[in-house]
Design a protein around this ligand. Structure first.
Ligand code: TEU
Ligand code: CA
Length: 567
């Protein structure tokens, strides 16, 4: 990777990351669940795509209540995914092909099956204080309605305190009740986490994607939040993110684990641009970059997290992305993503997944994202333009969040039909259907019965067909990735948004010295004329990359172009 970096820029400024959700990537042994040997069998596919880094969602030992985001042993591989030896082989196979491996690090919480938590259940145990235990609300009988220590909602719906009969106290869980929050105020907890991280670094991993890392510092004492009319719990999660010790904890981790030179990205809910700039400041010794979600929240009403829906207004998306581009222009660094394992497929959500526009809209979404400044992430199947799952009954869903949200919606008075309609656009399982390798049975994902239904559209949308078709979404991604590797203007150029209020066109420039790139994209299904008077002069410009045969000055539905402007 070194050969791409120029000057003093760190290696990861030129990197493109590919996220693997191991359960859904490739199954090697016919049990219907993806595994490490399945990934090992597809390393050349990743090399051909051109990505530099693989982020592996959790493969640790886990009861799988949240598909591995509930860890029972941080230093072992779950048998369903394989063995530590398989993981060593995966690391070696990636390194041999010039790629790096980034592990998911889930340390805001553990599984309730983790030995630490098992011990912590005993009030006299030295590990009691490793988790967040609290007595009932003063004056209330423990275990009765409303006696929870605070009124906070958990991220999966419902309250965030689990009552423990045996000790007559509650423990905090910001996610499922089987995911108790660790107490980061306790230095022993932090030391144990750093030791575990060092063990992985010594094993050869190249960095960490840190799950909900800005939840580790809570604002103490824990106090009630605002409850909106009609809600049972407080969704004022400003109370739990970015607590006062965040900088201290991140710097301590960086120092104690020895993270410099490694790849680090912190998943941060509700993080502000200002905080993100501090966390990712190159000199601050915290993180390379964070995942911020402002742009992923624009098609919902604020309040009950993501469990409602409103249509996306394109100027909102542009303004939000631009705010982060400008905010981290000189200090800090952005991550760029439209998909991961927690959100619907971007072509179904922000594009148009009808047969007429799927390919063009997937390509154009990729163009506008990959030409921004930052590190782009490709979520498995995004490079094929994979679409939402299309499930129509609750039995087809597996995800704990989807199940819980469905139940809460029904309890709150929604009809089954309404609740299912919400899941169809919102559920995380939309992104978790098995990777579509070919047109054959189960899309080539498994010879057994897949753990989650394969999308029937795999007969048309699959890797084999995409590789064979030079006009595919896949080849567009290859070109975008190659362009980033070749072009310093793509990596380091200054970003300037054009046409902020246009509700069809997304246009911006990237400028580095004399080099200037212009991106113009039609994010609508209507042919749209480029407003020449509001754009830079195209005389002498060359087309670097395009979705269609460019026939200026009208952009076809979902057409995008990247121009190199004449100096
Ligand atoms: O996700 C945190 C997070 O942002 C999600 O809870 C999100 O709010 C929701 O899923 C959107 O529907 C991380 C992991 O990425 C997720 O898979 C885990 O379930 C969660 O943390 C708990 O570890
Ligand atoms: Ca398997």
């Amino acid at each position: 990777m070194e050969h791409f970096s120029t000057g003093a820029a760190p290696w990861w400024h030129s990197a493109v990351v590919y996220q693997i959700y191991p359960r859904s990537f490739a199954d090697s042994n016919g049990d219907g669940i993806g595994d490490l040997r399945g990934i090992i069998a597809h390393l050349d596919y990743l090399r051909e795509l051109g990505v530099d880094v693989v982020w592996l969602s959790p493969v640790y030992r886990s009861p799988m209540v949240d598909n591995g985001y509930d860890i029972a042993d941080y230093q072992d591989v779950d048998p369903v995914f394989g063995t530590l030896a398989d993981l060593d082989e995966l690391i070696a196979g990636l390194h041999a092909r010039g790629m790096k491996l980034v592990m998911d690090l889930v340390v805001n919480h553990t599984s309730d099956q983790h030995p630490w938590f098992q011990e912590s259940r005993d009030p006299s145990s030295p590990k009691r204080d490793w988790y967040v235990w609290r007595p009932a609300r003063p004056g209330m009988e423990p275990g009765t309605p409303g006696a929870e220590p605070t009124n906070w909602a958990c991220f999966f719906g419902g309250g965030c305190w689990q009552y423990d009969e045996a000790s007559r106290e509650y423990y905090l869980h910001l996610f499922a009740s089987s995911q108790p929050d660790l107490n980061w105020e306790n230095p022993e907890v932090r030391a144990a986490v750093y030791e575990m991280m060092r063990w992985w670094v010594d094993r050869g991993v190249d960095g960490f994607r840190m799950d909900v890392i800005n939840l580790i510092s809570k604002t103490h004492p824990l106090t009630d939040g605002y409850v909106a009319p009609g809600d049972e719990y407080s969704y004022e999660i400003g109370k739990v993110v970015d607590g006062p010790r965040m900088r201290e904890f991140l710097q301590e981790m960086h120092r104690e684990v020895g993270l410099s030179g490694l790849f680090t990205v912190g998943e941060m809910l509700m993080v502000s641009v200002e905080n993100a700039r501090d966390y990712t400041d190159a000199g601050a010794g915290m993180l390379n970059m964070v995942f911020a979600f402002d742009h992923m929240m624009l098609d919902q009403e604020p309040g009950q997290l993501m469990w409602n829906y409103k249509p996306l207004h394109l100027p909102d998306l542009k303004r939000t992305l631009a705010q982060w581009q400008y905010g981290l222009a000189d200090r800090g660094w952005n991550s760029l993503f439209l998909e991961n394992h927690d959100y619907p497929r971007s072509v179904s959500r922000f594009g148009d997944d009808s047969p007429e526009h799927r390919v063009a809209s997937a390509k154009t979404l990729a163009t506008v994202l990959h030409l921004l400044k930052g590190t782009p992430y490709v979520y498995q199947g995004q490079e094929l333009g994979m679409t939402n799952a299309g499930f129509t009954s609750i039995e087809q869903y597996d995800d704990i969040e989807s199940q819980q949200m469905y139940r809460h919606a029904i309890e709150a008075g929604a009809t089954q039909q309404q609740a299912l309609a919400l899941l169809a656009v919102r559920s995380r399982d939309n992104a978790r259907t098995p990777m579509q390798w070919n047109a054959g049975e189960h899309a080539g994902f498994t010879t057994g019965t897949p753990w989650l239904r394969v999308n029937p559209n795999h007969v048309d949308i699959n890797a084999e067909a995409a590789i064979a078709d030079p006009g595919s979404v896949y080849h567009h991604y290859r070109r975008l990735i190659a362009l980033r590797h070749e072009s310093e203007a793509v990596r380091e150029g200054r970003f300037d948004l054009l046409l902020p209020d246009d509700d069809r066109l997304f246009a911006y420039t990237r400028t580095l010295g004399q080099q200037r790139l212009l991106v113009v994209a039609n994010l609508s299904g209507d042919p749209t004329k480029l407003p020449a008077e509001e754009l830079p002069d195209l005389a002498g410009a060359t087309v670097v990359l395009a979705t269609h045969e460019p026939t200026a000055p009208v952009l076809q539905p979902w057409e995008s172009r990247v121009y190199a402007l004449a100096p």
